[in-house]
Design a protein around this ligand. Structure first.
Ligand code: PLP
Length: 386
């Protein structure tokens, strides 16, 4: 295996598992491997740790522990919220969402349209912002749920979730937000936001993949998506993924503790990186509004070059970044987020995302700033686009 140093700038894709989190979960793989639903003490003790983790993740979002349903990932959480709203209100067959959601929401909504439901995918402005008035006007008498992400994973642009939730409350419509990109970056307070459902995924906050949660506000009717045993108080069948749940709890505490760092040091690093690129590379431009935006995300278009080439040369230099494009059968589709922002396909195909995290350093930012201008110049010289 290559020993090359990795410069990791893809924290919106996934994050390094924090060493503290690994330490917290290992006992539940080695010694305390009992089933938390068992009646004997060996199992019950494990159940106690699941309860403790539930309280910790609840504290991250200012929820009550009983409002937390552990799931396998953010995708399951999003699917579950929308599914529940439709099943508990069978007379309502319309879903309102946006064109820039993660595929964890979009693809489920597209599937629903094939099952006879109607979905409205709201447009965004060229800066990736959502018009709250348009959302309000688009709510119909048969709207079962409004599902709108808080922070866009590609651009970092934030939607005014609190305002949108208030509109839905006034109109008597359920509101779900995909908050997967926000922990450790924004303060999350479900009481203040007043949402009915909220999705998180642990691998975005330095815990392992394969664990997520859905917040379900107390009093909101909920129909499970995965039906089986009575786990999660009957709201999600399947034996609990104990080690990952414990890891999620530990990571939730770290996320709260590191929030100030992410908003000062990481934000400053991101700004330095972004300004360094925009000032130093002609024909580069930011995609999406500068603010309000996640403190760690930068999405930049480079005129005359394909993202695929940039990412390849960055990779050769040990730099991990990504484009918003989904790579299917070797061809890069332009990002649905950037195209919804009225970027033309060429610009969308020329854009990359750099997303920072708590482990990034100034020296790493310097390294990218040192390499990227040469990479862009080389690509422009070798294969000019249109
Ligand atoms: N929602 C957003 C905004 C995301 O960025 C992601 C993952 O990239 C997901 C949902 C899906 O989460 P998971 O990978 O846990 O299914």
């Amino acid at each position: 295996m290559s020993q090359q140093t990795i410069y990791y700038f893809d924290n919106n894709a996934t994050t390094r598992v924090a060493p503290e989190v690994v330490d917290a979960m290992i006992p539940f793989l080695r010694e305390q491997w009992g089933n938390p639903s068992s009646t004997y003490d060996f199992g019950r003790q494990v159940g106690g740790h699941v309860d403790k983790a539930r309280a910790r993740v609840a504290a991250l979002i200012n929820a009550e522990p009983r409002e937390i349903v552990f799931t396998s990932c953010g995708t399951e959480s999003n699917n579950s919220a929308i599914h529940s709203a439709l099943v508990t209100q069978p007379e309502k067959r319309h879903v309102l969402t946006t064109a820039v959601e993660h595929s964890a929401n979009l693809k489920f909504c597209e599937y629903l349209t094939k099952r006879g439901y109607t979905v409205t995918f709201l447009p965004v402005t060229p800066d990736g912002e959502l018009d709250a008035e348009l959302l309000e006007k688009s709510i119909r008498p048969d709207t079962a749920i409004v599902s709108v992400m808080w922070a866009n994973n590609e651009t970092g642009v934030l939607f005014p979730v609190r305002e949108l939730a208030a509109i839905c409350r006034r109109k008597g419509v359920l509101f779900h937000t995909d908050a997967v990109q926000t922990p450790g970056k924004l303060k999350i307070d479900v009481r203040e936001l007043d949402v009915d459902f909220l999705s998180l995924s642990a691998h975005k906050l330095h815990a392992p993949k394969g664990i997520g949660l859905l917040y379900v506000k107390r009093g909101v009717k909920y129909q499970p998506y995965i039906i089986g045993g009575g786990q999660e108080r009957g709201r999600r069948g399947g034996t609990e993924n104990v080690a990952n749940i414990v890891a999620f709890g530990q990571a939730a505490e770290l996320a709260v503790a590191r929030l100030p760092d992410e908003n000062t040091r990481v934000r400053a690093l991101r700004d330095r990186l972004e300004e360094g690129i925009l000032d130093g590379i002609p024909g580069s431009a930011r995609n999406g509004a500068k603010e309000p935006r996640l403190p760690n995300t930068s999405n930049i278009a480079f005129e005359g070059v394909e993202a695929e080439g940039i990412l390849m040369l960055l990779d050769q230099a040990g730099i991990c970044a990504s484009s918003g494009s989904a790579c299917t059968t070797g061809s890069l589709d332009p990002s649905h987020v950037l195209t919804a922002m009225a970027c033309n396909a060429t610009r969308a195909r020329s854009s990359i995302r750099l997303s920072l995290g708590i482990y990034n350093t100034e020296a790493e930012v310097d390294y990218v700033l040192q390499h990227l201008p040469g990479i862009i110049a080389k690509l422009r010289a070798s294969a000019p686009v249109g």
